[in-house]
Design a protein around this ligand. Sequence first.
Ligand code: ATP
Ligand code: MG
Length: 259
Amino acid sequence: MRAWAIANQKGGVGKTTTSLCLARGLATAGNRVLLLDLDPHASLTRAFEIPADPPPSGTHDLFVGNGVGLLELARYTHVPDLQVVAAQPALATLERRGATQPGLGLALGRALHTVREVYDYVLMDCPPTLGLLMVNALAAADRLIVPTQTDPLALHGLADMLRTAEMVERSRRRPLPRHVLPTLFDRRTRTGVASLYELQDRYGDRVWPYAVPMDTRLRDASALVQAAPPDGRGVDMYRRALKWLLEQEAAGEQHKEAA
Ligand SMILES: Nc1ncnc2c1ncn2[C@@H]1O[C@H](COP(=O)(O)OP(=O)(O)OP(=O)(O)O)[C@@H](O)[C@H]1O
Ligand SMILES: [Mg+2]
């Protein structure tokens, strides 16, 4: 099993859309995939149109020690081989408890360990805040994917996010390979194009050399998880991004084996 965290401390950069598109792509390619919604705002959960709102069980259960495991929390979706664990609003209360309860920072890593033979990939959609949930995801992840909107303000958010990743990497003493995915790209604006070049200049081959364009067909998250696959340029570019991420992963693993 490989765990990917999809995170950025900045809001609205395409984390949830990226999580959905990559998870769907991985499942379509024959992998057993689990998606975890770690955001109390639960946009990913809503995309799956889970009947109970708020859902009675979900990622919050992993942090409260009530004995409910990941396998019991995973729900089937319309997409074969894709399962999801919902987010409950109670996740928002965790940040306060995390400060006082030792070991809570590693709860997610422990939960993932129990399903390492069950899934090929676990993707974690993180909230746009640096706190207990994001730190849990970064501590448990084998790889970090940072969707970044192609505008000048988003570049600051990206620098903060990469600093956080470095900090977590140092404390867990295990490399955390990270990749930047430019999103919401509008080629008609000068700032969009300039930001894309700036990203590539600053972060080199950590950056996917293309960008997911603005595409209204990506606006409806629930369409991304229907049985019939959606189409359009945005979805196509996510397919290409996934291919690149898998190549990066394979190259990283080869390198590790050779070392
Ligand atoms: N490439 C795109 N083209 C058009 N709309 C997009 C694209 N990517 C995402 N969106 C839309 O932009 C909004 C923000 O995207 P998304 O929810 O994926 O971001 P997020 O980083 O998860 O946000 P949050 O920080 O609030 O969790 C959503 O309405 C989404 O449907
Ligand atoms: Mg989101």
